[in-house]
Design a binder for this molecule. Structure first.
Ligand code: ATP
Ligand code: MG
Length: 207
């Protein structure tokens, strides 16, 4: 095979990986569990997300927390990449992105063809919902917090429904800063799990 064809194939592969990352709204398909460095303090979060990826966890509410830069988003992206490889396509959202999505359905004149209520229902009914970067303060006013509470409450209400739904939420904030009605549902031992990542900021590691 001529070498330029190999290059072309590689670039097609890159394009499709890039396209998939774009569809999943993640930074790269290269954040996979096997590429995650086993830094001390990350073990529990890594194991829990691998277990979820394999379908070995019955947890419906998963809360991830720990300081900035210690691999929470990497691991969520690895989970989404793993699911995608099994044909399960789940879109990554930060809380801010989710709130903007909902707001974009508020005005009848806006392009989406369905109403805010319908969009809200869709979010509440998603089989798997990712909400990263909760509690950043800058994005959450009273409306955003009340809306987030409503979403979690609706999903919690459906916890015994035959169709299982999973909610994964992450923050780098002190867990006491997360509104009680939200965090309390993630502490329910029947359906939930809270996981702390105690590793330091990987971005500022010494190489
Ligand atoms: N254990 C690790 N192995 C390899 N790369 C890592 C690891 N932990 C973090 N990184 C890298 O460090 C950077 C920060 O990680 P990540 O985005 O996952 O942090 P985070 O915990 O989500 O931080 P924040 O709370 O600020 O959003 C990324 O470039 C990520 O790829
Ligand atoms: Mg992050």
């Amino acid at each position: 095979m001529p070498s330029d064809m190999v290059e072309q194939q590689n670039s097609e592969m890159d394009n499709s990986a890039e396209e998939l990352a774009r569809r999943l709204n993640i930074s790269t398909m290269n954040h996979t569990f096997d590429k995650f460095e086993k830094v001390k303090g990350t073990e529990e979060m890594l194991d829990a997300l691998i277990s979820i990826a394999k379908g070995n966890s019955d947890r419906k509410f998963v809360f991830l927390y720990g300081t900035t830069g210690n691999g929470k988003t990497f691991l969520i992206e690895a989970l989404l990449a793993e699911w995608a490889s099994k044909g399960i396509f789940v879109r990554y959202n930060t809380n801010s992105q989710l709130m903007r999505l909902l707001k974009s359905h508020m005005h009848p004149s806006s392009t989406p063809s369905y109403s805010y209520e319908e969009m809200f229902d869709r979010v509440c009914n998603r089989d798997r919902l990712i909400i990263d970067d909760v509690g950043m303060g800058t994005v959450e006013g009273t409306w955003e917090l009340a809306t987030l509470e409503d979403i979690i409450n609706e999903r919690y209400h459906r916890r015994y429904f035959p169709k299982p739904i999973m909610t994964i939420m992450a923050t780098n904030k002190d867990i006491t800063k997360i509104p009680a009605r939200i965090i309390s549902r993630f502490y329910d031992p029947e359906v939930s799990i809270v996981i702390f990542n105690s590793a330091p900021d990987y971005r500022t590691r010494r190489v």
